[in-house]
Design a protein around this ligand. Sequence first.
Ligand SMILES: Cc1ncc(COP(=O)(O)O)c(C=O)c1O
Length: 396
Amino acid sequence: MTSIETIATFEKYVIGNYRRYPVSLVRGEGSYIWDAEGKRYLDLFPGWGCNLIGHCPPRVVAAVRDQVGKLIHVPNTWHMEPQALLAKALVERSGLDAQCFFCNSGTEANEAAIKLARLNGKPNGRYKIITMLNSFHGRTYGALTATGQEKYHQGVGPMLAGFVYAPFGDLDAAAKLVTDETCAILIEPIQGEGGINLPPKGYLEGLRELCDKHGLMLIFDEVQTGMGRTGSWFAFQNFGVEPDAITLAKALAGGIACGGLLAKKKYAQKLVPGTHAATFGGNQIACIAALATVETIEKDELLPRAAKIAEAFRTRFEAMQNRSPLIQEIRVMGTMIGIELAIDGTPIVDECLKRQLLINCTHGNVIRLLPALNLPDDALQAGCDIIETVLLSHKS
Ligand SMILES: Cc1ncc(COP(=O)(O)O)c(C=O)c1O
């Protein structure tokens, strides 16, 4: 079908709960993607953070092709080798004395974490969870309530009881919210959707101390930061702060749907049979794809590449900042890049699309790039050239 035909079919049959660009994408390879008319786009926001090792990573493609002919799905009443090996691979790379639960998405991973925090706290009357303003944890009711952004709660209340919110970066505010009923703090170590907000120095360490003092679980939502995005397997490893549990999804399986919760064993053991489940969670296809993702990141030495990409983008954007009054602040860690603008970012994203560059705008005025770890240098520079042209020529 042509893009126009696909769009017309969408309009008739698909619920319009997404704002979609008028393009139908059909093929991807690395950091490039093609539309139905054969037009090529450079993708600096591949798969909304899911394609951290690029589109159609060859090892993932080969592993899935092989697995799909052997066994697609069996329920979690059986043991399966790929799930066992994936849990081992993640736990070993986390350095935590932990165990895994698998599901299919970030929101589900956070639901599992919320349940675990309550299962752990409830016997002592603790069920409340502190999360942060501007956070994003997903769209199901638990994760949505945890999301500290009023706009996402509007019209769908009442939300789940037992969540309170502190401004991100404000340790005193978090401390003030702790009561005898608090069971956990849930936080993105770097806020993604909230605008690529980096934690102030000492903040995550302070939250760790607060949790230790009051017997709370510290849970890091690493759905966006995990799997090497920040140059370490998990963002917590950059800050030297050990959480009690982390949640994962997005890049976990190279673009195949997969989510996971890693929890320290003393907490993980609270998830006994009957407490939680996900029918498709940990299925063979997702787990084999995640194992191929881990293999790719290691064999292609992609973790150190994150810092190089970060530096190259930072250099380019700092040079642009000298020439463009639109750039207010540049926030970069690994391949999480946020450029705060003085204006709404939507026209910038639209203009880049016209020039065949895919980027994102979040939080109204923050240009967000989540490029692949294997983004080639020439593509990085070409993408920056386009953004620079668009920013310098923008007339408000
Ligand atoms: C930090 C974080 N947590 C959770 C989610 C929800 O993930 P999913 O859309 O896979 O449910 C997202 C999605 O953007 C996210 O960025």
